[in-house]
Design a protein around this ligand. Structure first.
Ligand code: FMN
Length: 224
């Protein structure tokens, strides 16, 4: 079973209206993926999605955290607010520039312990930094990335009905969809989830999943 969650997020900010008025074909896509094995199902999905965006006439950049050797460990120095005397570290500044340049961020990862792999969590910890992705006053958080869209693609070994029944799926939606991506201001277009992805997945099933991930790109970013 594959679950698709269409998510409406109303944001009437000027930046959103400006982004919406952009032609779909003008959109810049940034894909961020975390999986250690290049030949994994997750990486296969990522390649299919990226290839489909390009086939539809869009430009995309894939940030493959493992292959680029991303450092997921947030250092004490990075907790100091960025200013002229404390500039952001080079890799953080570059990754933040990539997000600034993107209209759509697609984040792809397997669910490990119902959460993100540590590599992806480290990316969020370091790149979605205070002053870049959010600001907080008196405990009230405001996302700074409004106007941008996001697509979330996750994979699990367990069947989705089991995750729903146990409450785990609700936790994913609250803590990942909302607490991370919506809180940072993204309009979450869809959370596409592939469940029952086990080792030695039958080839026809894997191929059907590749069709579904391509249709996600077609649905939201049709060729103009
Ligand atoms: C460290 C680790 C933790 C995992 N935790 C979960 C989990 O909590 N729930 C679940 O359904 N699957 C879990 N899985 C299974 C993976 O989500 C799934 O099998 C895998 O991502 C399939 O995609 P892949 O072939 O690209 O790795 C875990 C796998 C690993 C390696």
């Amino acid at each position: 079973m594959v679950m698709r969650l269409a998510l409406d997020w109303t944001d009437y900010s000027l930046r959103t209206i400006k982004a919406q008025s952009k032609k779909v074909s003008d959109m810049q896509h940034l894909i961020v993926v975390a999986h250690p094995a290049k030949d994994s199902f997750t990486m296969g999905l990522t390649r299919s999605y990226a290839a489909e965006l390009e086939r539809l006439g869009h430009s995309q950049r894939t940030c493959d955290l493992y292959r680029m050797g991303f450092d997921p460990v947030l250092s004490a120095q990075e907790l100091v607010p960025v200013d002229a005397d404390h500039p952001a570290r080079t890799d953080v500044a570059k990754a933040q520039d990539d997000i600034r340049a993107a209209d759509v961020l697609t984040v792809i990862y397997p669910l490990w312990w119902m959460s993100m792999p540590a590599m992806m969590k480290g990316y969020i910890d370091r790149i979605f930094a205070r002053g870049f992705a959010y600001e907080s006053h008196n405990g009230v958080v405001r996302g700074l990335l409004s106007g941008k869209k996001a697509v979330l693609i996750t994979i699990s070994g367990a069947p989705l009905p089991l995750l729903v029944k146990s409450g785990n799926w609700n936790a994913v939606q609250v803590l990942q969809d909302t607490h991370v991506f919506r809180s940072a201001g993204f309009e979450l277009l869809e959370h596409l989830h592939f469940d029952e992805v086990v080792p030695q997945l039958p080839k026809p099933v894997a191929e059907q999943h590749m069709v579904l991930v391509r249709s996600c790109a077609q649905r939201h970013f049709p060729a103009s």
